[in-house]
Design a protein around this ligand. Structure first.
Ligand SMILES: Cc1cc2nc3c(=O)[nH]c(=O)nc-3n(C[C@H](O)[C@H](O)[C@H](O)COP(=O)(O)O)c2cc1C
Length: 171
């Protein structure tokens, strides 16, 4: 799939078929995340693939957003520690930026593989850390279900117009 087609096709899916995605597809998706750029090439993001049904169910319960994601066959959970990235000259930490780039590589690669996903930022972090044995120093910055969508969606179009976000030479 052409890059721009991938960008237009990517949508957030909240209902999934039970089929587990193919291993080769998952490997290519994880590889796309591995190749993401990071501050000083620190590569601080770790990804946890979760497919055991009892763990998948436990994660869905820890997300706790009504029935959303309850049919997802697989989750990928992304973590990073504050030391896993850098700090800019204003003292602002960049781990969130590194994480966002890496995880969006993953999400776009999933789309290119014909798989559905959804950035999830609202969940019970302590609960997921317990389920997956994640040490205290890491932050869970996001997770996504991975699978085939129950229903297909239209391409992205509900965005503000380009002239509202792009400015030339000055704001
Ligand atoms: C950082 C981030 C966190 C998000 N967290 C959630 C979430 O917890 N639950 C959810 O249903 N959608 C979540 N979303 C999905 C957004 O609601 C979705 O991307 C937005 O409505 C645009 O729709 P689209 O992704 O289909 O284009 C999140 C998206 C981002 C980028």
């Amino acid at each position: 799939m052409d890059f721009y087609e991938v960008v237009k096709k990517r949508r957030s899916y909240r209902a999934y078929k039970p089929d587990i995605p193919e291993k080769e597809k998952i490997e290519r998706i994880l590889e796309a995340a591995r190749l993401a750029p990071t501050w000083a090439n620190k590569q601080g993001v770790s990804l946890i693939l979760v497919q055991k049904p009892e763990k998948v169910k436990a994660i869905w319960r820890a997300i706790d957003q009504d029935q959303k994601f309850s049919s997802a066959p697989t989750f990928i959970v992304g973590i990073i520690s504050e030391e896993g990235s850098g700090t800019n000259k204003n003292g602002e930490k960049y781990y969130g930026v590194d994480f966002g780039i890496c995880f969006e590589h993953l999400i776009l690669a999933a789309t290119a593989e014909g798989l559905a996903s959804c950035w999830i930022g609202m969940f019970n972090e302590d609960e997921i850390k317990k389920i997956l044995d994640i040490p205290k120093k890491y932050k869970i910055m996001g997770l996504t279900p991975l699978g085939y969508p129950l229903k297909s969606k239209s391409e992205v179009n509900d965005r503000i117009p380009i002239d509202k976000i792009v400015h030339y030479e000055k704001f």
